[in-house]
Design a protein around this ligand. Structure first.
Ligand code: B12
Length: 432
């Protein structure tokens, strides 16, 4: 354990956990938190230097916002992001390109890199393609509204072109794209609040033109989205679930005019998030990257220049991941696995204790290729199931493969959900 190298950062964390610019909304007392609380989170992100591009963009954006610098990590991430952008810019979805733009442009005094790579003008086109797809396909974007919000946010922060009237037309809070299976998506709503807040600030500062009516709509939509976010607040302070809470906090930080202080106890939320961190809930780099800015009182809106980001006057040491000890005394568990389309296909499989959902699917596929064959793509959250029995998920039709355990939807993917003995796992053909 090389903790001595990490102690200076601990000091930094104690200091930074007081989000000064948030006034009375979210004051954190120093005594409540150990200086080592955030180290697992940072280690996850910093050790993600070998990870995929969109993960890299998420991590780079987050570290830059809070002002944590590690030169070699930063170089690696910038290279990764650029390599991806140069090689297959056309393959990036709009939101991926927006994240790349945000990450490379974040906290820099000049936006040289993003200008050089023409990222903003490419993003303008991608955003238009999303709108065109909605016109043709019954209001369904190529991707989703989380990504459209990322698009508007990046275009707004880095002076791209977009139509305020178009934003108003599509970001009505009742739009179906804010809901999955009829349930409001906190992550999506939070990202939209950040985007709309950016646009509103630009209008008020006279940086873009808009009618009185447009401004009024933006204000009303933001207010309504904030209400919906707050209505997803749980008893323990989480908003939505543990993975949406960081971005929901960002949205609430920038929209404090729209609710009164009794409606949200920020300290309670923060306390629960910090407890979850110590319990290892944020082992995925993307999860860690999405929650970190809020813990430092930062939001994606701070990315527009260096003065609004963390100070950046400190360095951190990378703690290499500990080698995983081979499990010599492995035991076996038995789980039930079902694929449900119209019919139900069932099998029982035996896997090693500590296996992931993905291991169960692979084992079932070995048992019966015809019934249990499946495909997946790697994403920033790990493997995403795209087809089972050759039946492909389709955004134009809002279809996907839903993961469930004992009939309840899981809040993790097949690559990170650890299965238990006797569990009833299901992959269900669903509409969102
Ligand atoms: C949109 C969305 C969906 C859409 C994706 C299709 C579409 N139209 O785009 C739908 C509704 C189908 C969906 C499904 C699921 N989702 Co989802 N989704 C999101 C959301 C809101 C935005 C993703 C995005 O576009 N990111 C931005 C782009 C730039 O990044 P990207 O990596 O290129 O995005 C792709 C992947 O994120 C992928 N994806 C979406 N969800 C998930 C979930 C997992 C586990 C994986 C591996 C990939 C993945 O789809 C994106 C578009 O291609 C995020 C919220 C968030 N905070 O990130 C949740 C989120 C990623 N989803 C989540 C979950 C749990 C799921 C499901 C496992 C739910 C379930 N019980 O079935 C399934 C995935 C099952 C599978 N087939 O493998 C969690 C993941 C948490 C975790 N620790 O793993 C998140 C963080 C929401 C939350 N707060 O709980 N999702």
């Amino acid at each position: 354990m090389r903790q001595s190298q990490l102690l200076p950062l601990g000091g930094l964390l104690l200091f930074s956990l007081i989000p000064s610019q948030l006034g009375t909304i979210c004051e954190v007392s120093q005594e409540n938190y150990s200086c080592l609380t955030l180290l697992p989170l940072l280690n996850t992100m910093i050790n993600s230097k070998y990870s995929r591009e969109i993960q890299a963009a998420n991590v780079l954006l987050s570290l830059r916002l809070v002002g944590i610098q590690d030169q070699s990590l930063e170089r690696h991430l910038v290279q990764e992001v650029k390599k991806n952008e140069e090689k297959k810019a056309l393959n990036l979805t709009s939101g991926q390109l927006a994240l790349v733009t945000l990450a490379l442009g974040a906290c820099q005094n000049s936006d040289e890199t993003i200008t050089h790579l023409h990222l903003v003008s490419k993003l303008e086109k991608k955003f238009q393609e999303e709108i065109e797809n909605m016109v043709i396909h019954d209001g369904n974007p190529l991707t989703n509204y989380y990504q459209l919000s990322l698009d508007v946010l990046a275009l707004c922060l880095f002076n791209g072109n977009y139509s305020v009237t178009e934003v108003n037309e599509y970001f009505i809070p009742e739009n179906k794209n804010f809901y999955f299976g009829g349930h409001f998506s906190v992550d999506t709503g939070a990202m939209a609040v950040l985007a709309l807040t950016c646009v509103k600030r630009r209008i008020i500062n006279g940086q873009i033109k808009a009618s009185e009516m447009d401004l009024k709509h933006i204000t009303n939509y933001t207010e309504s989205l904030v209400k919906k976010i707050l209505s997803e607040k749980k008893e323990n302070g989480l908003i939505g679930n543990i993975f949406s809470t960081g971005e929901a906090m960002q949205a609430l930080f920038v929209s404090s005019n729209y609710y009164n202080q009794t409606e949200w106890n920020c300290q309670e939320t923060l306390h629960t998030v910090l407890r979850e961190i110590s319990q290892g809930s944020f082992r995925m780099p993307t999860a860690a990257a999405q929650v970190l800015p809020a813990l430092f009182g930062k939001t994606y809106l701070d990315a527009y220049n260096s003065s609004s980001c963390g100070s950046g006057s400190f360095n951190i040491s990378i703690q290499e991941p500990l080698p995983i000890e081979p499990n010599s005394s492995s035991s076996w568990i038995s789980v039930n696995y079902t694929v449900k389309i119209n019919e139900t296909y069932f099998t029982n499989v035996t896997v090693e204790n500590g296996s992931f959902f993905l291991d169960v699917m692979k084992r079932a596929q070995e048992i019966n290729e015809t019934v249990f064959r499946f495909t997946y793509v790697e994403s920033s959250w790990g493997p995403y199931i795209t087809s089972v029995q050759g039946l492909e998920a389709n955004n134009n039709e809002r279809t996907y493969w839903e993961l469930l355990s004992d009939g309840k939807p899981l809040s993790q993917g097949v690559g990170s959900y650890v299965v238990q003995n006797g569990e009833n796992l299901e992959v269900r053909w669903s509409k969102y």
